[in-house]
Design a protein around this ligand. Sequence first.
Ligand SMILES: NC(=O)c1ccc[n+]([C@@H]2O[C@H](COP(=O)([O-])OP(=O)(O)OC[C@H]3O[C@@H](n4cnc5c(N)ncnc54)[C@H](O)[C@@H]3O)[C@@H](O)[C@H]2O)c1
Length: 387
Amino acid sequence: MADEVLSQFQQAKAEEKIDTSRKIKVGIIGTGWIAESHIQSYNAMPDVEVVAMCDLIPGKAEAFKEKWNVPGEVHFYPNHKEMLDNEQLDCVSVCTYNATHAECTIYALEKGVNVLLEKPMCVTLDEAAEIVKAEKKSGKVLSIGFQPRFDANMQQIKKIVESGVLGEIYYIQTGGGRRRGIPNSTFIEKRTAGIGALGDIGCYSLDMVLNAIGYPTPKTVSAYKSAFFGTSTEYQSEKDAARFNVDDFAAAFIRLEPGQFGDKDGIILDFRIAWAMHVDTPGDTIIFGKKGALRIPSTDCWNGSVGGPMKIYHDVAGQRVETVIPIIQNKGQGLFYKKVRSFLDASMNGGAAPVPSSQIIKNQAILDGIVKSAEAGKEIEIVMPEV
Ligand SMILES: NC(=O)c1ccc[n+]([C@@H]2O[C@H](COP(=O)([O-])OP(=O)(O)OC[C@H]3O[C@@H](n4cnc5c(N)ncnc54)[C@H](O)[C@@H]3O)[C@@H](O)[C@H]2O)c1
């Protein structure tokens, strides 16, 4: 997955106009795999100084600076608290595993620092509510790291829905997954990841369609989750199977509040996600509208990208026709760079968060609802917290 994700990243182009009269002081919390895409972006920005890094694993942040040739003096710390207590930072990237997203983000906001928080927002809805409260109290920018938002093909989905060509939307099936693609390291234990495929890739499928329809609030969810592959020594090493205690597959039926594109009953979301299964895909994403349907091909990896040209199925003058939407080549910087740059620009110029928590808390509410419904074995109501 690393190459596929990171190949979307490109270095800064010389023609980009950046004001270098003031350097933005940045810190990195957690110097693992995804922090690599953040540091490559920061290294390419002439108005950024990465001045501090921390990681719970001794020596990891120091080795990270060496590996990525980070220029200038960098101060190293053993955890987020020590870093934030001792540094005057403008912005931080929270690149820790999911289980520490909330504590790192809340502490940074309390210290008056803008936060770019990796996806998923956190593990539970309660944590998400605490994050939003801290954000509101701080008046700082919090943006969630969904780089697919900057993909022109993803943006096209929203434009198609908003154009009205599909008419009123009443049902959406979304999700995806891999025949075999369970990550290991910190992704497979509740202690570090909190949730499995749901948080790793499920949040992308939800964001793709919820963003297109204006993020209506979820009302109820009936869900199922399992971990057959992750816990089996047939598909995993003995060591990984023994420590695997998150989901590797989840499916859910979600009712959304009536929104901009729904009828009076609200849109139904039919969701499936898999890190492993005995089939190549649990299906493409399809947005069903009263005038047309949009099919968005899935990918082998499913990390929030479009797998091929999309198609609109509709009737023209009594004939059933299909309109192919060609793949759009993204222009300019890579998606990871755009994600970081848009966050810095909002932070330094007083703009709105590019991927706001007001939307992503609803994504988290669905993930949380899926876990709770699956564990209860019945449909549950999703109660959005007051924040
Ligand atoms: N946007 C993307 O495309 C993308 C891709 C992969 C992963 N991610 C997300 O990035 C996050 C990290 O994933 P990863 O693969 O880099 O994990 P990782 O385990 O490689 O790295 C996480 C690091 O954070 C450190 N850490 C945890 N809590 C800390 C704390 N309180 N203070 C300092 N350091 C702390 C850990 O020691 C570890 O080194 C996850 O939430 C994941 O979902 C996003």
